[in-house]
Design a protein around this ligand. Structure first.
Ligand SMILES: [Fe+2]
Length: 276
């Protein structure tokens, strides 16, 4: 497919069908502009913005507010210094997560365009949360069925020791609730809704919740559930955050890596929705 061109309804439906089935799709050779990427993304629903999702100042932004800057670059196109606050914050992307699970309405699809890709490291790995759920035994499924977790960027960044946040940032990153088990609205498949942003389970002591979430994450990210994407220039990778987790692997910080993400917002909060 050529995603730089407007897609007709049949093409959008075909991609949605592929997403429902596979949860991750790769479109090689898409030399796409920001405007074209935004137009492609809008075909799948309302766009999420990057507001309140990072520690970058608006005045330092390299991209439109509807594009998440997943590069290692400053506003002048230069790689960020090793100890730059924005870089240290972005290192959280190396932990398994689901995009925007720290938002009350979390992300549906993420669409990531590799404009300049790393040549050493920098793979993006995907873990299938449906397969991880299916592999649980009946007792484990029963135990997690109704659990609700609290997610915050302070949790994932805290794991890496990045706790230097302003009062405003702490308020912005206040925890939100998400169900631990999600049901896909089309296929009816269950999946584990895990993310490194999850730091507690409602009604549980925090240490017990964190130990349990760590254990579930270890299960869910076993090699048999994981696919590693090795980037080529102009790959466009699309994934369903409701059904997968992902992480980026370590890469050379001195090399220019220009990755741009557009995001389709979810339908609404997850934690009140009764699993079907
Ligand atoms: Fe991500």
């Amino acid at each position: 497919m050529d995603l730089t061109q407007p897609l007709d309804e049949a093409a959008v439906a075909a991609i949605e069908g592929g997403m429902d089935r596979y949860a991750v799709l790769v479109f090689p050779g898409q030399d796409i502009t920001d405007a074209q990427q935004l137009a492609f993304t809008e075909g799948f629903g309302a766009l999420e913005t990057t507001v309140a999702g990072n520690v970058s100042k608006a005045s330092e932004a390299r991209l439109d507010v509807r594009l998440a800057d997943v590069s290692n670059l400053d506003q002048h196109g230069k790689p960020l210094a090793r100890d730059d606050r924005r870089r240290m914050f972005n290192l959280g992307n190396q932990l398994w997560h689901s995009d925007s699970s720290f938002r009350a309405t979390p992300a549906k699809y993420s669409i990531l365009s590799g404009r300049r890709v790393s040549t050493g490291g920098g793979n993006t790995e995907f873990a299938d949360m449906r397969a991880a759920y299916d592999a649980l035994d009946g007792a484990a499924r029963a135990e997690i069925e109704e659990l609700v977790c609290e997610h915050s960027l302070m949790v994932s960044r805290g794991v890496l020791g990045f706790t230097d946040l302003t009062v405003e940032e702490r308020a912005m990153f206040a925890p939100v609730r998400q169900r631990l088990v999600r049901t896909h609205p089309v296929t009816g498949r269950r999946s584990l809704y895990l993310s490194s942003h999850a730091g507690s389970i409602v009604g549980w002591p925090v240490p017990e919740a964190r130990a349990f979430l760590r254990d579930l994450t270890e299960h869910a990210t076993a090699p048999r559930f994981v696919h590693a994407h090795v980037w080529a220039p102009f790959d466009l990778v699309m994934w369903d955050n409701r059904q997968t987790m992902h992480r980026v692997r370590r890469f050379d910080a001195a090399q220019v890596r220009d990755m741009r993400r557009t995001t389709v917002a979810g339908d609404g909060p997850t934690w009140q929705a009764q699993a079907a």
